[in-house]
Design a protein around this ligand. Sequence first.
Ligand code: SF4
Length: 267
Amino acid sequence: MFSPPIRISQGHLNLLETCFRKYQHIYLDQLGSPIEPEQQESLIWGSQFHLLMQQRELGLPVQIFLQENAEFDRSVSSLVQAAPDVVNLEDSTGREAEHPRTLTWGRYLLVAIYDLLIVRGDRAEIFDWKTHRQPQKRDRLARHWQTRLYPFVLAETSDFTPEQISLTYWFVGSRPQSLKFSYNTVQHEQTRTDLTQLLTQLQEASDRYQTDQIPFPQVSLAKKICSRCEFAARCQRIPNQRISENKEKIKTANFSVSLDSIKEIPL
Ligand code: SF4
């Protein structure tokens, strides 16, 4: 029987690297935890900003919206001033907003959506708008799967060599800042190795779970991340007195795998 490929985004890869059991709880058991109102507000703001930038790239009128929303207006104006060579629309050739790319990987489909892709001569530049208030640390971002997957998928699905590709994050706000990551063949091959390892483990864990109901492996206690996890009670990784408290926080949800929601998972 034909089974459609399973979509894997950078968000899934980060989650797998954190804890396989957490991936099981969220994507296979469809357990989710309620989003705090503050986080919800920030997600909405982020997704509206992405939509606004996409509409601007498409040449659709955004002025009326900006006139009525001072914070968006300030953020877009600041970005235009800080990155004129990126957001200047005078030359619209070789650029596309919300550019999607996919790469088949066995039973999986690796998915990348670039907020903006600009091709200048023999170089391909990927841009990503980050709507967190604070820029993230470079070394942390370098390890993040978005930084690794996005150039990897582009190099695998185009004529660009790794050395011709870069990824730049723009942290938007009143004082926008950017972090640029160049790419090269050594990084590309390391990512290939790491992807092979991670997705082979996922395939094996999924098979064991589906055929013998063997749960996905839990993260090592030595990593000390369970106390901050919403599934700590379910995983029996917190003292008994905190279990009932924790249970309250977890609810069964119709959790659909939305790429939009994955995009702005805090790095
Ligand atoms: S409590 Fe620990 S083992 Fe369980 S899902 Fe969370 S991180 Fe993984």
